[in-house]
Design a protein around this ligand. Structure first.
Ligand code: PHB
Length: 387
């Protein structure tokens, strides 16, 4: 599929030949199930923006079909997730669901999508199970698996010679899987994680945990937090004076889309992620400029994942001439594609997760500057996925 390798312009050209076949199809109803409130609100909005930007670049249509949106605020609340997605599917009759950020919510969504056969593209939540036991022909992810950035950061920390570590995170799937990934990478390289501290999601009462870190004096601390919680954690860590003696590292979520709020407290921090602010490729520069122009905001990893969810939907729909019920053809096209992402091109594994590079980044001013590659072409294990 040569066309997708050459970016949005080539997609538009291909699209014009597909319009004839798609002429009689009604608008495509896209259900956006994202956090528009709470600690992950900025993440949900960035994903929504990124998705819309790609659709706009295609002239508002995918494979000749107009796009209409139905939006649900999932509040990052797992107990409401099954009802929320069922409403989108059964009451609103959406053709495809895009969502979500929180792993607990996304696992409930994946169960419903698997049972009903509804097309689901996950633009963030990294729960292992989604590309493991919950994997399905109609479920795709445009983001990452939780353990990936953690593993990459663990390898880097061990290589830098740190011997002991503590981890701090929210005690839900994403936090647990992220710190486990770090532990694997760090201990494989000769380090030892001595203690794993947690607090309930989306809590921000960090003081008692920081007191424990100060007493234990590990060489390094690894933390998974994101959004509003990440802003507060990084500021509290610095306010306690810990960043002077015990470096704080994490997956890039700890400093992505948050630097405005973290300011001085985040300076110099090392993180690992599949995106950075200074890739300086033609593709990324064009994306960043278009995003900033449209939304008066700098894009972040979440915006890229939303944009790429729209790209993956487009790849599948072009292959099926706009008919989303043709799941075999849709899937075959997405798995065969090279997605021309602002993060750099990536392919999709058989379990439907991106196979991609993880960058090592350092916070300089308001940017997560890429300073190297932490892990090349990292794929998730897809343990338990039988498709
Ligand atoms: C998740 O719950 O999977 C999650 C949430 C926020 C992030 C990354 C992962 O930034």
């Amino acid at each position: 599929m040569k066309w997708i390798k050459f970016g949005a312009t080539a997609v538009v050209l291909t699209l014009s030949t597909q319009v004839i076949h798609a002429q009689n199809l009604p608008p495509l109803k896209v259900g956006m199930m994202l956090p528009y409130s709470g600690t992950f609100a900025a993440l949900g909005n960035a994903i929504d923006n990124g998705f819309q930007l790609y659709v706009k670049e295609l002239g508002g249509k995918i494979a000749g079909r107009e796009i209409t949106y139905v939006r649900v605020d999932d509040e990052s609340e797992p107990s409401k997730a099954t009802d929320n997605i069922n409403k989108l599917i059964k009451r609103d009759n959406v053709d495809v669901v895009i969502g979500t950020v929180h792993s607990g919510v996304a696992m409930a969504m994946a169960k419903v999508a698997k049972d009903t056969g509804t097309m689901l593209i996950i633009p963030n939540a990294g729960a292992n199970a989604i590309t493991g036991p919950l994997c399905a022909k109609n479920i795709f992810r445009s983001s990452f698996t939780n353990g990936q950035p953690g593993y990459a950061m663990g390898e880097v920390a061990a290589k830098k010679g740190y011997k002991t570590a503590m981890t701090i995170t929210w005690n839900y799937a994403a936090g647990e899987e992220s710190v486990k990934g770090f532990q694997e990478g760090f201990e494989k390289g000769g380090g030892k994680v001595n203690k794993m501290l947690t607090l309930p999601f989306p809590g921000v009462e960090f003081q008692a945990l920081l007191t424990e870190v100060a007493a234990a004096k590990p060489d390094i601390v690894y933390s998974f937090f994101a959004g509003g919680g990440a802003v507060k954690f990084v500021k509290d860590y610095a306010a306690a004076g810990l960043n002077k003696s015990i470096p704080l590292v994490g997956p890039g979520f700890l400093t992505d889309g948050t630097l405005e709020g973290q300011g001085e407290a985040a300076q110099g921090m090392l993180t690992s992620l599949h995106y950075g602010d200074n890739l300086n490729t033609k593709r990324d520069n064009e994306f960043r400029l278009a995003y900033a122009k449209q939304f008066k905001l700098q894009p972040d990893v979440y915006a890229v994942q939303g944009y790429d969810a729209a790209q993956m939907l487009t790849i599948g729909l072009l292959a099926t001439k706009g008919d989303i019920s043709k799941k075999d053809e849709f899937e075959k096209a997405v798995v065969a594609a090279k997605v021309d992402s602002p993060r750099g091109p990536f392919t999709i594994s058989k379990a439907h997760n991106p196979i991609q590079d993880f960058y090592l980044r350092q916070v300089v001013g308001k940017e997560n500057k890429v300073i190297g590659i932490a892990s090349k072409s990292l794929a998730d294990s897809a343990r338990g996925c039988n498709m």
